[in-house]
Design a protein around this ligand. Sequence first.
Ligand code: GLN
Length: 537
Amino acid sequence: MHDTKYVFVTGGVTSSLGKGIIAASLAKLLQERGYSVTIQKLDPYINIDPGTLNPYEHGECYVTDDGAETDLDLGHYERFLNIPTSQANNVTTGKIYQSVINKERKGEFLGKTVQVIPHITDEIKRRIQILGETGDYDIVITEIGGTVGDIESLPYVESVRQLLWEKGPENAIVIHLTLVPYLAAAGELKTKPTQHSVKMLMQSGVSPDILVCRTEHEISEDIKRKLALFCNVKKEDVIQSIDAETIYDVPNLMFEEGLDKVVLEKLQLCSKKQPDLLVWNDFIQKHKNPTSEVEIGLIGKYVELHDSYKSITEAFIHAGSSNETKVTVRWIHSENLTPKNVEKKLEGLNGILVAPGFGDRGIEGKIKAVKYARENNIPFLGICLGMQMAVIEFSRNVLGMSDAFSTEMKKNCKNPVINLMESQKDVTEKGGTMRLGAWDCKVAKNSKTYDAYQSEQISERHRHRYEFNNEYLEAIENAGMKATGINPKTGLVEVVEFANHPWFVGVQYHPEYKSTVLNPHPLFVDFIKAALKQFKK
Ligand code: GLN
């Protein structure tokens, strides 16, 4: 068995301090120092997973290869580490309780009262250690969602306390991420909130080994000394995390502050090699010094909350850097697109992306955006629902089937060019029942998709219930829209394209989930390349 070491990341003072980015940056540095590392997120809410959550509540739902619907932080982990995450990387209170209650019903605790301690905490501990025991990782970083002091976080903090005790200080440590606010009126950084939050953590029996302090201003040596004194840590273990221009700067900033070094020391590990961030820094260099700029319209119905499209906007950053191009997103609410204003709202765009989504809100706006892209030769990428809308738009406006639609929006429509998948017909429960995770796709050689991937065999992640209705395939292909990607086993259409358009690709899958700093997604790279060509014209 692998001797895995555990790093816990807790948060104090407020939420939204960027625990996920700190965890991912540390993991990146440890990976660069020669260790195999993964990151796990524990979410204290009671939903089994965010799959049933409205994006307005929770931002994007991120999907793994093995079909887990997860927190968007897992996207950051993959983008930073360039290794896939899995079901085990995201645990929620709902999942913990579900397995304990299932065991109780099976009679596995027969005779015993089932309690938060030890039964819930045992299950949390088991979930934390699964990755270490089965995944061949040297280090597992576990991010505890929420803020220390929240009622719902208590069982997690208690589980961390037990694991620290069981594993010993050289095998398990705690990083506490807090805020050191700046009071403009006093002209001072304040340490009190951090002191309180550490006290709160200590009341649960957990003493932080390292403090990472989020700040808008440089933290002086004096303040570090003060924090160390009040929070039971050494001064060297107080790490400043100053606001960064981009999240991708954070690994460098943490390296300069020595976060990875103190973590290795505490875990009694040596550095196997010096971190080599050459490729990473080349990416940042190009991202920050673009030689050109394109504007892409992102058409969606959750655009008020940009986090709803996190992986898409990050994929733009990766693809932009790879093209040395700044990608500016024009956020366009699909509900606000009307036949009257579509020209005006989309005018001047170098590319149009119609986003994934569910239900009929804003659907006609999406169809109008597709039409505009098709007729005006604007590079187009349609993702999942965006691809389905491309098929509907083409069927209505080119094939003349004015009633073409998806049965998701109109159950008994006469021309259901998008239809519920056969495998979904008996599904009644909403949670975790879509077609999820990685599926193979065979790409036609003579296509934009092949040009991008340079491969006929690809595998991409999915999250949908509806599909291209193959009864219409022949008619649609004869009219000029080609199915250039097909699932080899089921015949399901995965990609549609036009040959006579500068760049028009609709994909049933979600390429955005697989774009990373080291591997920008080929479709996004070529989409931006096409947008750049359009711009130069
Ligand atoms: N609502 C569509 C379906 O279920 C598309 C889903 C999506 O865009 N992820 O097929």
